[in-house]
Design a protein around this ligand. Structure first.
Ligand code: AMP
Ligand code: FE
Ligand code: FE
Ligand code: ZN
Length: 279
């Protein structure tokens, strides 16, 4: 989507609250240096980054923060993620759900570490938690600990050989179904958006998601080639969904996502999301 530099918005960004490398404050400074108008802070299963920004006495930059969360789910043995825009960040049913998801993440790390030990690759559980400075620990932090010990050649290598779904150190954890994710965001007053649908490699679930309240589809994402973007834009028209986009920035040098501002949408998308949330 064409966005003039002055109104470019990157609506999918991670911070140290989950598996990003930059703190929320650093993300905002970086976004300002890139001339972005708005960034969507969308950490996995946590809004702690957004609360940290809200707690600041003065704004870091003029970049507008679009509050969001990314809920990880699974469908047919694949990762399926739902973004929730304009969700509440204060205490309530959604924050209770996020706390439960974070607990399941911590338990999963303990089990993964056990599996790695049995596979002859001991890593310190405490080191994994150290690498996760925020409240949402994940497999990328385990992968980093494995990389430090020289068991793998990269984070991607760790996922491909050990941590990815169906690999020997993969551990199931509690998560909602995709339609439950959509409903949870909607019930909290947020706007549910199907994140990077291209990575699910099938669109057959879209009707179910729409029936449960889906309001947007992430058309623009580093993992989407031109034909995938077109496909998403057509689905947006067919199902009356807001087409969104973002870089899925996790920090420079990390395997996942692109650089901040490498995938942007015009400010009009922010306005549509805000309107859908009734804000
Ligand atoms: P988790 O949140 O623990 O389920 O881990 C999923 C996260 O790991 C995703 O959000 C990505 O940031 C990252 N990830 C997933 N697959 C890969 C991969 N193949 N290479 C690098 N990072 C990945
Ligand atoms: Fe991630
Ligand atoms: Fe994702
Ligand atoms: Zn993401």
């Amino acid at each position: 989507m064409d966005a003039t530099p002055k109104q470019a918005c990157d609506l999918h960004v991670h911070t140290t609250a989950s598996d990003g490398l930059l703190s929320p404050q650093e993300v905002l400074c970086y976004a300002a240096s890139k001339g972005l108008k708005a960034v969507g802070i969308a950490d996995h299963d946590t809004t702690a980054g957004l609360r940290a920004l809200e707690g600041l006495s003065s704004p870091i930059s003029s970049v507008e923060v679009v509050p969001a969360v990314e809920l990880n789910s699974e469908w047919k043995g694949r990762e399926l993620h739902i973004l929730g825009y304009y969700i509440p960040i204060s205490r309530g049913p959604l924050s209770d759900l996020l706390t439960r998801l974070q607990d399941s993440r911590r338990r999963r790390v303990a089990e993964t570490v056990k599996k790695l030990k049995a596979l002859g690759m001991p890593v310190e559980e405490s080191r994994v938690f150290e690498l996760a400075s925020g409240e949402s620990v994940g497999r990328p932090h385990v992968a980093k600990a494995m990389l430090e010990r020289g068991y793998v050649t990269s984070i991607k290598d760790a996922f491909d050989r050990y941590l990815g779904m169906g690999r020997p150190a993969y551990v199931e954890r509690f998560h909602l179904s995709p339609e439950e994710c959509v409903r949870a965001v909607r019930e909290a007053g947020g706007v549910p958006v199907w994140a990077h649908p291209g990575t699910a490699r099938s669109f057959s679930i879209i009707k179910i998601l729409v029936e449960n309240g889906l309001q947007g589809i992430e058309a623009y994402h580093p993992e989407h080639d031109h034909s995938m973007v077109e496909k998403c834009l057509n689905l947006a028209k067919e199902y009356n969904l807001i087409p969104t986009g973002g870089s899925d920035f996790h920090g420079l040098g990390k395997g996942e996502g692109g650089d901040l501002g490498s995938v942007v949408v015009p400010y009009e998308v922010v306005e549509r999301l805000r309107e859908a949330a009734g804000k």
